[in-house]
Design a protein around this ligand. Structure first.
Ligand code: PLP
Length: 522
């Protein structure tokens, strides 16, 4: 990769290199002036007090270090984030303002319940919105992400099956599912079996029906699915699953495309997680924060985890914990509630609850419907603007939902999806989701969300069109992309298999430390 622009410093224009704190700091520098204290006696017998070697920096050095690191992160606040399936949307600043109100942000999870009625009312009001928007019966608010919600949903299903003395062992998962679905089922001790997809990218209903039987506990279905398509036979699927004595788990990560338009409860869903951090904003990525409430059907609500909020006739919202669960169930729910246990230490993600309710209330029911319509419109605009230069395997099946999907069919010269993704970086765009779902060869999955304006979409389309044309022409230079990024093509497999997680002081001659170009070029 000899054609990378080289500079003396390693910086590229105003993208600055930044070594580790340990490499730039030293133990004799500090940003604060402490009074010198008298040496303390070593009070631990033979253990002597010594230096631990933490690096120090001056204040401007420390500020620059973290500011430079922050600029190495790409974010939805910098530009379009076309990841598919993950709904990366704008987080209105109003949400942040409300989440920071001291009455929500500064309360302690162990504060006496009577003193935090406002926060409990907020959680309960959000719960009511989620139930109404999904047409379901109850909701477990505590799970802390989508995958955690899947776990909660399957534990509810397992508890319901156990309550009727039914030990079913199999969970059916369509081929196109997000990896968390089979992982969750396996984690709960179920055997996972695949259901094939049809040519048109939807669940093969006949294959599903043929596999249903007395050993099947649940079917996990994503709708809209990870091919960006709505499963129109959802009601028929649910009826067949219920007739076989099993439950329907719906992966609701793509609820953004149907919020305000479709109520999963009407489709026969028994449990569905909602990624608050996707559908109802809050920036995520890099591992958090997340919140994954699970809406539940009447058959499953009684098994929801503790604690849960419930408003009694006097208008008070209770946070029902183990010690009052039995009494509460007897007094208010005819002894029906039999929680399977708990998922988290406290009540769930307060900051995200506040952001989500702020998002919901500021849009209103009609605004949420428009969110879904605009997100779907944007995805279809991308699909139709690129289908003449990129193979769109499901375009014939009609409009897509929240995301447009393309394959690498038609690329020449051994070029593949990764070359297109890396070239997008040079154009200033974060790449789309690559090679997922697995049912599409060299998949490129693009979800623009409702965040983007037509002008933004046109810029992205222009960039991707030109790259796609180069890929079809077998333009070798794509293999060298990205050319302008501070790092080129990293050995991601090596990084994942042998991560360097600790810093070792380098030998005085600098031997053993990889140079940026060794790390960055493959
Ligand atoms: C994001 C996502 C998940 C997992 O949600 P997390 O909040 O990341 O745990 C599950 N399924 C689908 C389809 C998703 O897009």
């Amino acid at each position: 990769m000899g054609d990378a622009p080289v500079t003396t410093t390693g910086n590229r224009a105003l993208m600055l290199e930044e070594p580790l704190l340990f490499e730039i700091g030293s133990t004799d520098r500090t940003g604060v002036d402490f009074e010198t204290t008298a040496p303390a006696a070593a009070g631990l017998g033979a253990l002597a007090r010594g230096d631990i070697g933490l690096p120090g920096l001056t204040e401007p050095e420390a500020v620059r270090h973290y500011t430079r690191l922050s600029r190495q992160n790409y974010a939805i606040d910098l530009g379009l984030f076309p990841l598919g399936s993950c709904t990366m949307k704008h987080n209105p600043r109003l949400n942040e303002k409300l989440a920071r109100l001291p009455g929500f942000a500064d309360i302690h999870p162990l504060a006496p319940r009577e003193t935090v009625q406002g926060a409990l009312q907020l959680i309960n009001e959000l719960a009511v919105w989620l139930i109404r928007l999904t047409g379901m019966h109850g909701v477990a608010m505590t799970p802390k992400a989508g995958a955690h919600g899947e776990l909660c949903g399957l534990l509810c299903i397992r508890a319901a099956l156990e309550a009727r003395g039914d030990a079913r062992q199999v969970v059916l998962v369509p081929e196109s599912a997000h990896g968390t679905n089979p992982a969750t089922a396996a984690f709960c001790g179920y055997r996972v079996e695949n259901i094939p997809a049809t040519e048109a990218g939807r669940v093969d209903l006949e294959a599903l029906k043929a596999r249903l039987g007395p050993d099947v506990a649940a079917v996990m279905i994503t709708n809209p699915n990870t091919c960006g398509l709505f499963e129109p036979q959802m009601r028929e699927i649910s009826d067949a699953v219920h007739a076989a004595g099993a439950f329907v788990y719906c992966d609701g990560a793509n609820f953004n495309a149907i919020v305000g338009k479709v109520r999963p409860g009407d489709l026969g869903v028994d449990a569905m997680h909602i990624n608050l951090h996707k559908t109802f904003s809050t920036p995520h990525g890099g591992g958090g924060p997340g919140s994954g409430p699970v809406v539940l059907s009447e058959a499953l609500s009684a098994f929801a985890p503790l604690p849960y909020t419930a408003r009694t006739a006097d208008g008070v919202v209770h946070l029902v914990e183990e010690e009052d669960a039995e009494r509460f169930s007897q007094e208010h729910f005819g002894g029906q509630l039999q929680s399977f246990g708990r998922m988290v230490a406290f009540h769930g993600q307060m900051g995200m609850f506040t952001r989500a309710l702020s998002y919901i209330l500021s849009h209103g029911a009609d605004g949420l419907r428009q969110v879904a319509e605009d997100a779907v419109l944007n995805a279809n605009y991308i699909l139709r603007s690129l289908e003449d230069v990129l193979d769109a395997p499901f375009a014939k099946s009609g409009p897509c939902m929240h995301e447009a999907i393309f394959s690498d069919r038609g690329f020449a010269g051994g070029l593949s999806t990764i070359d297109v993704a890396k070239a997008l970086i040079d154009e200033g765009f974060h790449p789309m989701t690559m090679y997922f779902p697995l049912v599409v060869h060299g998949a490129m999955l693009i979800e623009p969300t409702e965040t983007e304006s037509r002008a933004n979409l046109d810029q992205f389309i222009t960039a991707l069109r030109s790259i796609a044309e180069r890929a079809r022409a077998g333009d070798e230079s794509l293999k060298a992309a990205p050319r302008f990024a501070p790092r080129r093509r990293l050995d991601e497999t090596l990084a994942a298999r042998k991560p360097v997680l600790a810093w070792d002081e380098p030998a005085p001659d600098g031997a053993g430390l990889p140079t940026p170009s060794e790390v960055g070029d493959r």
